[in-house]
Design a protein. Sequence first.
Lengths: 910, 358
Amino acid sequence: MGPHYTTIHDEETTWTVQYAIIPRFSQAPLLDNLDPKEKDTMEVTQVLLSAQAIDSTVRKHAEDTLKQFQEQNLPGYLLSLSGELASEEKPVESRKLAGLILKNALDAKEQHRKYELVQRWLSLDVAVKSQIKACLLQTLSSPVPDARSTASQVIAKVAGIELPQKQWPELIGSLLSNIHQVPPHVKQATLETLGYLCEEVVPEVVEQDHVNKILTAVVQGMNANEGNNEVRLSATRALYNALSFAQANFSNDMERDYIMRVVCEATLSPEVKIRQAAFECLVSIGSTYYEKLAPYIQDIFNITSKAVKEDEEPVALQAIEFWSSICDEEIDILEEYGGEFTADSDVPCYYFIKQALPALVPMLLETLLKQEEDQDQDEGAWNLAMAGGTCLGLVARTVGDDIVPLVMPFIEENITKPDWRQREAATYAFGSILEGPSPDKLTPIVNVALNFMLTALTNDPSSHVKDTTAWTLGRIFEFLHGSTVETPIITPANCQQIITVLLQSMKDVPNVAEKACGALYFLAQGYEDLGSSSALTPYFQEIVQSLLNVTHREDAGESRLRTAAYETLNEVVRCSTEETARLVLELVQVIMAELHKTLEAQNLSSDEREKQNELQGLLCGCLQVIIQKLGASDTTKYAFMHYGDQIMNLFIRVFACRSATVHEEAMLAIGAFAYATGPNFAKYMPDFYKYLEMGLQNFEEYQVCAVTVGVVGDICRALEDKILPYCDGIMTQLLKDLSSNQLHRSVKPPIFSSFGDIALAIGENFEKYLMYAMPMLQSAAELSAHTSGADDEMIEYTNLLRNGILEAYSGIFQGFKNSPKTQLLIPYAPHILQFLDSIYMEKDMDDVVMKTAIGVLGDLADTLGSNAGSLIQQSLSSKDFLNECLSSDDHLIKESAEWARLAISRAISV
Amino acid sequence: MATHELRRPFKRPAISDQQRRREISLQRQAQNRRDAQHQARCLASTILTLQPAQYEPAEPDLQLQSETELIPELEIESQEHRRDLRDIDDVRQASRLKGVEARQWFAKQLMLPEWMIDVPERLNTDWYVFARPAGKRCFVVSSNGTTISRLRNGSMLHRFPSALPSGARTSKSSHSGQSYCILDCIFHEPDQTYYVIDMVCWAGMSLYECTTEFRFFWLNSKLVETGACDAPSSYHKFRFSTVPIYNCDQEGLNAAYTGPVPYVKDGLLFCNKHAHYQSGNTPLILVWKDENCSQYVIDTDSKGQVPNKQQVVLELLFDGKLATSDDPPVIFGCLNEDFIQEDCRLGIFSDLLLVMED
């Protein structure tokens, strides 16, 4: 079909272009254009074709025309597009684009926009929607594959909107009736549609009878006696999405046996795409239905090991992935139960990996020898060796010590071979099994291997081998070096040699140097909790200098070498001791000079600007770490504060360059700086405030917004009531953020917490914000009180939200304490107590929420005193909840509860 | 169809350093928030909320407020007077207070003795006695890596690093604000030592509602452990010391009255063993002074001569009474109301110090 020239993209990959041309809501009369005139459709075809023209002016004009059409008459526009898609007389290009635009009119990646589109569709006239849906269903029978495929995606999008609303009840029935039609292409398109449909809607909105029928249709389509490969492929892909609907069917032995048989048979299909899709189903079954797998695991092992050995790479990768995902499952189960199983455990561990170990490990080791030449330079590479090594690492974490004797012979046999592939595979195998087995098991081996590794890193002729060797050293330091390890791997005798080799390696090719930086990172980390003296102290200056040299390498942009060097520098600083505080202080000046240099550059190309932003981010990150380090001790903080004005000035200038990542890093650094500076930070507020506000406004880049919200808290604690002049602006922005549908939900809990920070800082001056903040807190509290039916992720978020709300209440109560204005809070007390009672009843709060919640009870009693005495006594929280917290094992909860008890006893005794 | 993207991290650490920086920041912020909240609660539940009932009779306070409306000059005073109850909801804030606010706040927190004018019952079994060091009575607050001492009048005496919990920013001390301390001390100039005469909070734990017996036991066992009694060093600028405490039997009384101590004595303090620490004057602490155990019985001039006239500086209380600034104050007399009202126009009002000659 050749290249397509169109700026209209699939919404799911990019929405920015479309965003501009779709208006919010159309006010066009609904029924005028129900029957689009011939002339209109002619025009639409032409416009759609022009929208894909090579000439950009033609394209632009066509897009404008489409936009106008849509703005003037949305129903007519959508009808024309669906008519275009359905019409067999139209060229395939215009039909496809019509379908794509329709799809984009129904869904978007961005939540707020998605919501708008859903509402817009729901508010369309029923007759219009029926006609569009009829066109779509009709297109499934089209002889043109692209038209069918596009239609099936659009149908799924409409179903995603309508099925939860209990609309379009006849859809699934009419799709299923298609299955029995003779032309295979109709069957294929229908199966594809069912697959997309299962991806779009949640299982709850499809009744079990329909689920059964869908699964029957899909599994029949996958069956070996289905003669048409296209049908079989679509059915297999559809099953992948339909698996999450099959809970009931997987609980039924016969149905499950049947599904498993069909999937396993499909993995043997002569068609590679079908085999790949079938393995993808197996991977998904492995994690979704782990507990049902026992009867099939032997067969699956045979199928997967055959595929790993013989099949084409895309298939073999999926076969390895099956075992990786079984490892994931067993690691989770073992972590959750700590190895203690009873018959009552929710999900038992079947130890599939342990049982398969003697056969699984050799299979994986073999894959390690299938490296690609340039895999270390290629960021996106993913091949058999990489997947196999990754799986081996997961196996080691699953079974621990048992893997060691199975891997050691492979390492010993290959590590000295002349072929680099063998040496690299042996090293990679060693590096992969360092996490999981006990230090007792590994330490003796590592003690022998360490010297060998250091020599290889210096002398091996292959940079593949050096790359993996440096990575393995990093893994050794990560898992076997540190204050918690009993027998140290690194001794005064070998420390110097290790450092010398690593620093030397940092001059090697970029990918090797990057891994050497990584190894040094973990080497430094091991000395983190060692207190006043570190074995790295004598080398501190040399290490810092070498890392700075790396950052200046011409090729530091490759293999993310510069980033790795700065990150290692950060860790070296974090783990440094008082002995080297003077050197860290000198480093401040160096980093400041570097940052200053980035600000001098002018007239940058967009590429250069991006590099400048990245570098500024790294430098601000480094300063953040240094500030936190030096700010932690009075003597160093005092010395560091000499640079306070200069540093702050640099941060302000970095902000002036404006870029999201830099913005975030500089903001993080300023948080640390404000905390270290304390009340003196007030003098920077006039210059800094506008960037604080900008950060709070940046809800598109929610990380920036979240970080800035955290900084608001830092500044509150640093400035206390001196923050008052800025509070109107800050509160306005925070309230706006909360009301925005576009703000990422993860930022909302910290915003609530920051209300508490502000109230604690400015006390009763918070009065004027109560009328805005309290209703928001109240409605968020109502939303988060109940979690019934939510999944784990939702419960986790709900708890974060509750904690934020409760921290806000705490700060507000404590802020108002002993003020004549405490009575302003009395009207809110019943609701707050009710909130505490209902989250207590819900029984799903985590320890953090429990601690904050019982603290709020105390704060309420403390601040309102006898005014709330009887309310408190009536609340469940003051009895059962309090007692539960008083007898908690968590000392933070207990401490808060003791405080609450004291405060309550005072409040009710008066 | 969502094709399975298998992008597990390959030869890379699972989290980036940037993510770590974010997480470390969040942890620090959460810890700081907890500390601020905890401090707000602690001080509140120990010092502040215990005092209004016993130290602030409601009526005079109202009176003062109503005066505010009439006499603008009074506004600053009374506002601060009200604010102090709200503002000082954590140690760090209290330690930063200045001037009138600090004086009002700190003066209210100290437990003040009454003069011993008769012998309490069960003196020999229920009371302790010790020789009071001469010097500046102060509160020592260690929190957040620094130690601040404040005199009775609220002015800061020293700001210094100490070996008290959270008293200095050293690598070994916990920076958690949860471990602040409040000690009732006397700073003894000649040997530059803080003599700890009572312990109000220790390592974040309130001793307010503990008996004297327990507080003294805790004081004697905990203070030494921290190294606060060691000689000064770079992270420990002043030495702290306990004082020898005796039971009030004959032997104990004798030891306290005549026994050698490394400091200049200023009277004897008697403490009831069952008393809780409470702000303001209490008959459960008594002070005795005579020329044998205190040098501050009669004024001398700079040459040590007793002058012709004894001067006394008296404080004019808001009800017109004149009192000494002794610890405890002694009421000497009362100014008549006409005099006060007349002089109000001249700017005389409560808290004024008057110099009287005999």
